[in-house]
Design a protein around this ligand. Structure first.
Ligand SMILES: Nc1ncnc2c1ncn2[C@@H]1O[C@H](COP(=O)(O)OP(=O)(O)OP(=O)(O)O)[C@@H](O)[C@H]1O
Ligand SMILES: [Mg+2]
Length: 448
């Protein structure tokens, strides 16, 4: 079975009462989820805290103190609801510094059978490699994912265990992030008296949360359009094979509106979410919107403008983001592997018209994605007796929580990302242990 799916879709076996937590640090919101395994190991979300982000810009920390305060608030709210105190969190990182690279590793076998020891050695070797940034910035390895194996020239082997040959080649996908941003994030979390269980590339988490099995197998591109970043990942043959980030997202659209229509950021955000569209239309000339001017809060002084003024600002910025993405995909060599399937998620994917625009710009079929693996109220009340947090679960089941849900999936199933880099943050190393294997499966079944 494919490695990623082995962890993602199999039966869970966890100790009753075990606690898992995810901390999604975004440019616009910070969200903390706590799940507890109950009812024969089926985990259930028991704590949710989310609030406006502070101290973050374009996926990176811009003000440590403000960030610590915001993280503290979100975590305390989730802890309070769950009646638990967190020690460790699985946290995300995104931004333009995300780097992904495929490397080949060779191991001589000399006619022996491939053992678990061999695959572990290959993995360990991958974990000593760090992708090179073209600007020569120091990087921190986050994930080392075996994508496929070849035995004496026979390619495309998913699991070589028990096979015999002369030499084993592994193709590994390394995902790294800027050393500085990773360390700063880890420090900010440590100052909140929390240990980092794992730092996860945000688009990896979003893909795990939003993609269905066929999309992971046949090839697809997941795009998480957030406030300060648009991060993306290609999944193929059940694995993540490429990932990256662009330091641009919904907040840039809002800023453009505020500048272009000389209104405040808060009004620009409101105009965008209430009236905005990623594609201009002729109807826009006929509809008007009230635009309060900066510093003049009284409605009499508002500008009364045709909606076309708003969408004329929105469309070029959205096009710019998709253009950068298209260029990255072309350059990466993974465009064909991703096929024609795109899953668009993240808060900014809620802008009307964005799906059509993405379809047009990327020349692919686009569907809007939201976390599939977050327990929904209907399934909770019938199977887990979880009606007590019905409303709250609903509030975190939208596209803005794709990364959050994926982080929780990884927290519950560390092997998903545990072929991870070095030891850095007290990360668990790949154990391959059977008992921890399958936490997600049951949760998934209960959620769909
Ligand atoms: N209904 C809507 N229409 C358009 N945009 C929306 C809507 N709702 C939210 N957004 C935009 O979504 C963005 C926030 O998305 P999200 O919560 O995914 O970001 P984040 O995770 O905090 O940021 P990042 O991942 O970039 O660090 C904001 O720019 C906001 O304007
Ligand atoms: Mg985000």
């Amino acid at each position: 079975m494919k490695l990623l799916k082995k962890w993602l879709f199999a039966e869970p076996h966890v100790a009753r009462g075990e606690i898992f937590s995810a901390l999604d640090i975004g440019s616009s919101k910070i969200a903390c989820l706590i799940a507890r395994s109950e009812n024969e190991g089926a985990p259930r979300i028991v704590g949710i805290g989310h609030q406006l982000s502070e101290g973050m810009k374009q996926g990176g920390v811009s003000n440590m103190e403000a960030l610590q305060y915001a993280v503290g608030q979100a975590v305390s709210a989730a802890e309070h609801m769950a009646g638990e105190t967190l020690q460790r969190v699985t946290v995300n990182i995104s931004g333009a510094h995300l780097l992904s690279q495929t490397v080949d590793i060779e191991l001589p076998l000399n006619g022996r059978e491939v053992s678990e020891n061999d695959t572990a050695r290959i993995l360990a070797q991958g974990q000593t490699m760090v992708p090179e940034d073209h600007l020569n910035q120091p990087m921190e390895l986050l994930h080392t994912i075996p994508v496929s194996y070849a035995l004496d020239g026979q390619k495309g082997i998913r699991d070589p265990l028990g096979m015999t040959g002369g030499s084993l080649h592994a193709q590994m996908h390394l995902i790294a992030a800027g050393f500085g941003p990773v360390r700063t994030l880890a420090t900010a979390i440590a100052r909140c008296h929390l240990d980092v269980e794992q730092i996860v590339a945000a688009p990896y988490a979003s893909g795990l949360a939003c993609l269905v099995e066929d999309e992971m197998d046949l090839g697809s591109l997941v795009i998480d359009m957030g406030a300060g970043t648009t991060s993306y990942a290609v999944f193929f043959d059940g694995n993540i094979v490429y990932a990256g980030g662009i330091a641009m997202g919904g907040a840039h659209v809002t800023n453009d509106i505020a500048r272009g229509l000389t209104t405040s950021i808060a009004h620009a955000e409101r105009l965008k979410t209430l009236h905005g569209n990623a594609i201009q239309s002729q109807m826009d000339e006929r509809e008007s919107i009230d635009v309060p001017l900066v510093g003049e809060e009284t409605p009499e002084n508002a500008n009364y403008l045709p909606k076309s003024h708003l969408n004329r600002i929105i469309q070029p910025r959205m096009e710019e983001i998709f253009e950068i993405l298209r260029a990255r995909m072309d350059k990466s060599g993974f465009n064909e592997i991703a096929g024609r399937r795109v899953v668009l998620t993240g808060g900014a994917s809620q802008l009307p018209g964005v799906r059509e625009l993405a379809q047009r710009m990327l020349d692919k079929q686009v569907r809007l994605g939201r976390p599939l693996r977050v327990a929904r109220p209907s399934t909770l009340s019938s199977r887990s007796g979880g009606a007590s947090f019905t409303g709250l679960a609903e509030s975190t089941s939208g596209p803005a929580f794709a990364t959050t849900a994926g982080l929780l999936a990884i927290a519950m199933q560390p092997e998903l990302a545990s072929s991870s880099g070095a030891s850095n943050f007290g990360t668990r190393t790949l154990s391959g242990g059977g008992s921890a294997m399958n936490r997600i499966g049951m949760w998934l079944k209960q959620s769909l």
